[in-house]
Every structure is written in structure tokens, then in C-alpha cells.
Ligand binder design. Structure first.
Ligand code: ADP
Length: 696
């Protein structure tokens, strides 16, 4: 039979609960029945109501019928008046069934006592109305048998309300299975706690001058703290039974002299009700807190897992983008490099020159795009590290403005730089990133301005050891509508994203600017009037520096003729292009295909400079540099210039740490390469043994 284990469990639960019902009924009738045949503490109905709530339909019916029969038998066997026994049994069944039905309606089909609210709902909306209804019927039945109507109702209601309030939650809690982890205690502790409750319940009502019963409540509260709701319910049940036994059977001489048997029972009822409700409430509040804590811990764990997943995904995305951008730059290097080399030829037809110029411009845009995407992903992943070095902010502003000046002039725009404050001040800044922000803002200003001017203002203010740098780029262009302003610094956002938009762009520039300014601990903002122009500003605080500004003035087109250069690159096309460009500059060129080969050549030949790719098989550029620096004699001192597609400041820093003198990016720009070679290996340097700028 497929349901055998479940059926067996239900059968034994039905049997156990029916037995408990009979035991409670006997206990109440034998020990607490008053002169009207009403027990002072009627525990049995709570057990039956709980059985009706816990057991599935068929088994609930079995329990109902069995308990009905047991109730009748107990009443008859213990000498209840023959007329009243069936009435009492019928009222018991009605009360339990009504309570179970009301509880289901109020709390749901699978009621649990998980918190105080649920306990109050079970007692207030289920038990109390069911007891009130049956108490009324009992009053009628008992008054017909000669008892006073009101007193009969009162006795029934008190006894049943108290009894059900103790047993119903206790059975529901005990039936719930394992105790919550917060309330699992060692066997020794459980024995001590339950043992103390038992012992105190035994002595509480023994004759003594001390009002011992008041100790029951604090002891039960301690049990509730340690053992949780199930423990509290069990301890309270034990206390109710033991105290009732002692009060009804024990030597209660002192109590007997003070109170009548009825008063004694009422006193007991009061103590049980107080102790039970207090301890159970405390336990439920604690359980609720523990549940919330567990939930919080679970959510925190889930959030941490999600965060780790997101970080892993972010890292994978970043890595992918870095690899992709490197892979894209490598062929771009060839396209742009060969284009520039070709453009230098004298014998080109005009049309071919124009087309080469277009290829060059398109290649440069593509490269800018690749760089933007890479930058943005780095910013999002929080991976941008600033390389702070002493620089003159005014010089950075001046040079950046000079770069966009030709484009502005082409559109007939005036450009102007205004430096306010100490223009010679040197600050610890990331020059590369600062230029990048300025370049973005300035080229936007030029792009979105048809007539008028573009002004760059730098104000430098000293603040103790630091400098407050405020850059403002003001244009007289199209301006930005108010309702679009909030979207400006978001990624991929363009004010005009319609199909027919007049200006190109990815909408990443300002998002990158914002990310970079924030990475520098600064602020960025905009003011704009549509039709009149815009003002983009950013402010950063940088440490003032006493050191010389690091940026070197650009070397004049020095003569590199006869310079002996070793080019180390694993990519054949790069070697080919590098050789072409270097020969164009007049250098003698030797090539190596990886770091190991480069090291071998460097140890044998006397080179004026080495151009070293970074990512290479066998031995990478960083390792090769370290090994070359360890060579004895002049071979170890040769200027080494990194030439890599990865020219992020972090990589440049690693190159420097490995012992390289400088770094130039790929795609190769002839002027940049020329400057680097001239600076480190140019004629003056060779003559003086110092870098060119130091000698100049
Ligand atoms: P894009 O590559 O599209 O220029 P940006 O993030 O640099 O991306 O700029 C986002 C949008 O902000 C631009 O498309 C443009 O609509 C608006 N914008 C930026 N700078 C200006 C400016 N100086 N004047 C007017 N609009 C501007």
C-alpha cells in the first residue's frame, strides 16, 4: 500500500490523542469536579480540538467518534448524573468541533502557533467563542437539573476556557515536530529545567508561610527563554497537572484553613492561567525574533551569494572586454600604423591620400570607441586605479585645449583658456584620466556648438596642503533641454536619440567622466540654457606637491638616424609595422618574437633602446625586462620602452616597476614613438648619458 507509512503515523497519532483526551477527562473529573458535576479545569476538549485541526479528514472523524465515546464512558464511570452524562459528552464534542472550525476560519486550514498574534487569534477567535456558546448551553442544561443558571455558565466557561487554552496550544506546538535550532538544549539542561518546574509545582501548594506559587511564573519564563514555545507549553502543562494533583489530593491544611475548595480551585486556575500565558507569550516573542533573525541571516546569505555571482559575472565581463579590446587593438595597430606610414609617402595620388585620411579617421573613431567601452566596464567594476603623480594642472588644461583647437578652428569657433589662481601650482593627479575627462567635455563642447566660442576655465584654490581644482567648459552651442538634463551622466544616454539625430557618439563619454571624477573623490555637474549654450564643470581636490611636474615638454623632431633599436613583439604584423615605422624614423632595427629571444639578443648586442611588447608567449615583456636589468654592464642599462595595446595606468605602473623607462600605446603613433625614443635614446642622451629632457 503506497500510503502505509503516512496511514500508520496518522493511526498512532489518532490513538495517542484519544488516549490523552481520556486521561485529561479522567484527571479533570476525578480531581476537580464540583458539586454541580462541572470540573474546575477541563483539559480534554483542547486535545480533541487540536486533533481535529492536525489530523486529516478520515482520522479526524475517527478521533471525534472515539473521544465522544470516551467522554461518555468517563462521565458514566465517574458517577455523573445519568441525565447529564450524554449532555456533557455532546457539549464537549460540540465545543471542540466548533473551536476547530472557528480557528480554521480565522487562522487558516493548517493553523500553527508561530507567534503571539497567532496564539491570540486561536484563543480569541476560536476557543473563546466556542466556549461561550457551549457554556450557555451547559447553563441551560444544568439549570434544568437544578443548578443556578449564572453560576453554572460561569463555572463551565472558566474551566473550559482555561483547560483549552492550556492544552490546545500545547498539543499544536508539540505536534509540530522538531524544536527550532535556537531552542535546542542539552539533555542535562532539559532535565534541570523540567525537573525544577516539576519540583516547584510539587512544593508550591504545600503548607508554607511563603507564597510559593508566585515563583512558578518566573521559573516558567526561564524555561520559555531556554526551551522556546514547545518547551514552555510542555512545562506549563506539567505544572498544571502537578499543581492540580497537589491541590486536590495533597496535604493542603494551610490552604484549607484559608479557602474553601472552590476558592482553592479558583486560586489554582488563576496561577495556571497567569503562568501559562506569560511563559508562552515570552516564548513566542522569542521564537518570532529568532525566526526573523534566521530569515535575515538567510536573506543576507542569499544577497551575498547574489553579490558574489554578480561580481564573478562582472569580473568575467571585465576580463572579456579587456581581452576583446586588446585583440581589437592589435589589428587596429596594423591598420592605423600602415595607414599613417602610407600617408607619409610623397608619390600618392590625391584621391588615394583622401581615402587614406578617411581610413585613418574611421580607425581613430573605432579605437576611441573600444577605449570608451573598456573604460566604462572598468569603472562599473570599480577597477579603475588612479596613478597619481605630480603635474601642473594648468599645463594639462593648456595641452588638452591645444589638441581640440584645430577641430574648433575648422568650425570657426574661438577657444580660450583662463587660469585663475596659482597657475604654476603642482598637484598629485592622474594626468591621463584628467586629460581624458577634459578631452571629453571639450570635444562635446566643440561637437555641439555651431557658432561662437568654447572657453575652458581652471580655477586653483589652495586649501592647506591641498589644491581645489575647478574646471569649467563653457560653450555657446545648442544647449540641453531641462527635462533631459537628469539623463546626461547615465551610460548610453544621448539628449537626441532619434533616428535622425544630427550628432554621432555612443553616449558613454559623460558617464565615463562622472565615473572618473567620482573615483577622484570629486563632483561633476552641468548648467545649460537651450539655444544659448552649456557649462560643464567638475571639481576635484588634489594634494599639493613640492616635486617638479612630471610631464616633459615634447621633444622637437630629433634626429634618430642610426639609432640601434631592438623590437620585441610576438605578432608578425606588429613586427613588420614596427620595423617600417622605425626605419622611416631612420633607426637600425633588430626584431625578436618573444621575451626570451629578446633577452638573448639584448645580452649580445649593444642596443640604444628596446621596444618591448608586454603580452607575449614563452617569456612576457615584464619578465624579460627584469632579466635584462639583471644583465651585467651596459646591456643591463639600455632604455626599455613598453609598447603595448594595454596602456592603462595600472599596466604602465607595472612596466615601470619591472624596470622599464616609459610606455607607448598601440596603435603606434609615429610622433609618440619618436618622442619616447628621442627622450630616452636620442642623440643628446647618448652624448651625456642622461635622459634627453634632463640634459635639455
Ligand atoms: P556622446 O558620445 O553621445 O557625445 P556623451 O556622454 O559625451 O556621449 O554625451 C551625451 C549626450 O549629452 C550627447 O549626446 C549630447 O546630447 C549631450 N551633450 C553633451 N555635451 C553637450 C554640450 N556641450 N552641449 C549640448 N549637449 C551636450
Amino acid at each position: 500500500m503506497p500510503h502505509a507509512p503516512g496511514a500508520r503515523r496518522h493511526a498512532s497519532l489518532t490513538a495517542a490523542l484519544s488516549l490523552a483526551f481520556a486521561a485529561c477527562a479522567l484527571f479533570s473529573v476525578l480531581l476537580t469536579r464540583d458539586e454541580n458535576s462541572v470540573a474546575a479545569l477541563w483539559l480534554a476538549n483542547g486535545v480533541l480540538a487540536a486533533a481535529l485541526l492536525i489530523l486529516p479528514g478520515r482520522w479526524a472523524a475517527v478521533a471525534f467518534v472515539t473521544c465522544g465515546a470516551l467522554s461518555l464512558s468517563v462521565n458514566l464511570a465517574t458517577g455523573a448524573p445519568l441525565r447529564l452524562a450524554p449532555v456533557f459528552s455532546a457539549l464537549n464534542l460540540t465545543e471542540a468541533a466548533l473551536a476547530a472550525w472557528l480557528i480554521r476560519r480565522a487562522v487558516g486550514t493548517r493553523p500553527r502557533i508561530g507567534d503571539l498574534r497567532q496564539l491570540l487569534a486561536v484563543l480569541g477567535l476560536g476557543v473563546a467563542p466556542a466556549v461561550a456558546a457551549t457554556a450557555l448551553l451547559a447553563g441551560v442544561a444544568l439549570s434544568a437539573a437544578g443548578a443556578p443558571f449564572v453560576a453554572a455558565i460561569w463555572h463551565w466557561a472558566l474551566s473550559h476556557l482555561l483547560g483549552m487554552s492550556v492544552t490546545l496550544p500545547a498539543v499544536l506546538l508539540l505536534a509540530r515536530g522538531r524544536r527550532a535550532p535556537e531552542f535546542q538544549r542539552s539533555l542535562a539542561e532539559q532535565i534541570v529545567l523540567y525537573g525544577s518546574v516539576f519540583a516547584l509545582s510539587v512544593v508550591a501548594y504545600l503548607p508554607s508561610t511563603f507564597p510559593t506559587p508566585i515563583l512558578l511564573t518566573p521559573l516558567l519564563v526561564i524555561a520559555a527563554f531556554r526551551l522556546g514555545p514547545r518547551g514552555a507549553a510542555l512545562a506549563a502543562l506539567m505544572m498544571s497537572v502537578v499543581c492540580t494533583l497537589v491541590v486536590t489530593l495533597g496535604p493542603v491544611a494551610k490552604l484549607a484553613s484559608l479557602w474553601s475548595p472552590v476558592q482553592r480551585i479558583h486560586n489554582l486556575q488563576l496561577v495556571i492561567a497567569l503562568a501559562f500565558m506569560t511563559s508562552l507569550s515570552v516564548a513566542l516573542i522569542l521564537a518570532e525574533q529568532a525566526r526573523v533573525r534566521r530569515l535575515l541571516a538567510m536573506r543576507t546569505r542569499a544577497a551575498k551569494r547574489a553579490q558574489a555571482r554578480a561580481q564573478a559575472a562582472g569580473a568575467a565581463k571585465g576580463e572579456f572586454l579587456a581581452t576583446m579590446s586588446h585583440e581589437i587593438r592589435t589589428p587596429m595597430n596594423s591598420i592605423l600604423g600602415f595607414t599613417q606610414t602610407l600617408m607619409r609617402r610623397e608619390d600618392l595620388p590625391d584621391e588615394a591620400r583622401r581615402q587614406l585620411h578617411l581610413i585613418d579617421r574611421a580607425g581613430a573613431s573605432l579605437l576611441a570607441l573600444v577605449n570608451d567601452v573598456l573604460d566604462f566596464s572598468k569603472l562599473e567594476a570599480g577597477e579603475v586605479e588612479l596613478a597619481l603623480r605630480p603635474h601642473r594642472p594648468a599645463q594639462i588644461a593648456e595641452e588638452t585645449l591645444a589638441i581640440i583647437a584645430p577641430a574648433a578652428a575648422e568650425k570657426g569657433l574661438d577657444v580660450r583658456l583662463d587660469v585663475q589662481g596659482p597657475s604654476a601650482a603642482v598637484a598629485e593627479v592622474d594626468e591621463f584620466r584628467l586629460r581624458q575627462i577634459l578631452m571629453n567635455l571639450l570635444s562635446n563642447a566643440v561637437k555641439f556648438t555651431a557658432t561662437g566660442r568654447v572657453d575652458l576655465t581652471l580655477s586653483i584654490r589652495e586649501q592647506g596642503e591641498a589644491l581645489l581644482l575647478r574646471f569649467e567648459v563653457r560653450d555657446t552651442g545648442v544647449g540641453i533641454p531641462r527635462e533631459r538634463m537628469h539623463r546626461l551622466f547615465r551610460r548610453f544616454s544621448q539628449v537626441d536619440s532619434s533616428v535622425s539625430r544630427a550628432y554621432g557618439g555612443t553616449g558613454l563619454g559623460l558617464a565615463i567622466c562622472k565615473g572618473l571624477v567620482e573615483a577622484m573623490g570629486g563632483l561633476i555637474g552641468v548648467k545649460s540654457t537651450p539655444g544659448a549654450g552649456s557649462l560643464f564643470w567638475f571639481e576635484i581636490t588634489a594634494d599639493a606637491s613640492a616635486a617638479e611636474a612630471a610631464s616633459a615638454p615634447r621633444a622637437e623632431m630629433a634626429d634618430l638616424a642610426g639609432l640601434n633599436v631592438l623590437l620585441v613583439d610576438d605578432h608578425p604584423m606588429n613586427r613588420d609595422l614596427g620595423r617600417t615605422v622605425l626605419e622611416l624614423l631612420g633607426c637600425e632595427v633588430a626584431v625578436a618574437a618573444d621575451g626570451a629571444e629578446g633577452l638573448d639578443l639584448a645580452s649580445r648586442g649593444a642596443f640604444d633602446a628596446i621596444l618591448m611588447d608586454v603580452h607575449m608567449p614563452v617569456m612576457n615583456g615584464l619578465e624579460a625586462t627584469v632579466a635584462i636589468r639583471a644583465l651585467p654592464g651596459p646591456s643591463g642599462d639600455v632604455p626599455i620602452i613598453a609598447m603595448s595595446a594595454d596602456v592603462m595606468p595600472e599596466m604602465v605602473e607595472r612596466c615601470r616597476r619591472a624596470g622599464m623607462n616609459d610606455a607607448v600605446g598601440k596603435p603606434i603613433q609615429i610622433e609618440v614613438l619618436h618622442d619616447a625614443l628621442a627622450r630616452w635614446a636620442g642623440r643628446e642622451r647618448r652624448a651625456s648619458g642622461q635622459p634627453a629632457e634632463a640634459a635639455a
